[in-house]
Design a protein around this ligand. Structure first.
Ligand SMILES: Cc1cc2nc3c(=O)[nH]c(=O)nc-3n(C[C@H](O)[C@H](O)[C@H](O)COP(=O)(O)OP(=O)(O)OC[C@H]3O[C@@H](n4cnc5c(N)ncnc54)[C@H](O)[C@@H]3O)c2cc1C
Length: 302
């Protein structure tokens, strides 16, 4: 039985994080919550401060390797803080951070707004997308972003941060370093476009994904960032590493930059495979492949 103050704040204990990431890996969260509003979020942050425990933020967990060991502190999953407001005339869109990126791509397309067709195959949330500067096919989240609204984990204040203050570059933003939770984002898309054309392009992009990437098997998308002028997947494939297995983890035979969980893989299986890839690439090419995937529960979020 939970103490009453926990119950009223909808904070659960010992929740398996396996269902909260696309790799389906991870231990139990000591405390876990899925706020549905800014008020609920503020109140759980205040609770964690009173308990003097750390907060960990997850969106859809589609870019996260979570340790198999139990995770101390409060894990806040933002998926339930979703929904958006679309102005089809101006193209201005305000969206809560838990909104799935593919849902937003469909919703804006239906209103004749062009500019998010590339994002259909990215199974993250808008919050995770703004943190990671998610991108594909030459597009990225920063392209159409105006600003984000964040809550500071230290002070609990709500702030608006303009795009130019976020230092966006390839899969990077200052949001990866700051103790801030993205609660919503504001975008500008191009209004007045042909909905059927947008839909066709969006479907083509999705089909391309489904045929070139192992979408049906748990993964976290691309594990490594592309080095300048190279594709990490091609480098790994050229080293003959496709199909290499450790425990339940395997370098996908469809796309070499994906590590798939084929059979109850552990975080260690994944880390060991990552290390082999990095060592082999370093030996052959003399540079380090940097990971795109973030880690949670390995002493720090990296
Ligand atoms: C099949 C597949 C295909 C993919 N394809 C692509 C692709 O083409 N391009 C691409 O860029 N990525 C791709 N990804 C990776 C992933 O979907 C993106 O990085 C996405 O933006 C992560 O969003 P998320 O909500 O899942 O974030 P999470 O994985 O939950 O979190 C990622 C990081 O952001 C932080 N975070 C999440 N939400 C918030 C928030 N609201 N406030 C503050 N911090 C937060 C977390 O703490 C963590 O550090 C793919 C993943 C999969 C599984």
């Amino acid at each position: 039985m939970l103490p009453q103050n926990l119950e009223s704040q909808k904070i659960k204990t010992l929740v398996s994080l396996k269902s909260y990431n696309t790799w389906k890996i991870g231990g139990l969260a000591e405390f876990f919550t899925e706020p549905k509003s800014i008020d609920e979020l503020s109140s759980v942050i205040a609770w964690s401060k009173r308990q003097n425990i750390p907060c960990h933020i997850i969106g859809a967990g589609s870019n996260l390797l979570i340790n198999d060991k139990n995770l101390k502190g409060l894990t806040i999953c933002m998926r339930k803080m979703n929904g958006c407001k679309i102005d089809p005339i101006t193209g201005i869109v305000e969206v809560f951070s838990g909104e799935p990126i593919p849902n937003l791509a469909r919703k804006v397309g239906k209103k004749g707004l062009h500019g998010l067709e590339w994002a259909i195959g990215i199974p993250g949330t808008i919050g995770g997308g703004t943190v990671m500067n998610a991108g594909a096919q030459g597009g990225c989240i920063a392209d159409r972003l105006i600003s984000v609204q964040v809550i500071s984990l230290d002070q609990g204040h709500i702030l608006e941060i303009k795009k130019n203050e976020l230092n966006y570059s390839y899969r990077k933003s200052i949001l990866q370093k700051e103790k801030l939770i993205v609660v919503s984002a504001c975008f500008h898309f191009d209004p007045g476009h042909d909905k059927n054309r947008i839909n066709k392009l969006t479907n083509q992009n999705l089909l391309h994904r489904l045929t070139t990437q192992p979408y049906q098997i748990p993964s976290c998308g691309s594990v490594f960032q592309n080095p300048q002028d190279h594709k990490a997947g091609q480098i790994i494939e050229d080293l003959g590493l496709k199909g290499l297995r450790i425990g339940g983890a395997e370098i996908s035979s469809l796309h070499a930059n994906f590590i798939v969980n084929t059979n109850n893989a552990t975080a260690k299986d994944i880390l060991d495979l990552m290390e082999i890839v990095q060592e082999r690439v370093q030996k052959k090419h003399g540079f380090l492949l940097h990971t795109e995937v973030k880690r949670l529960g390995f002493n720090e979020i990296s």
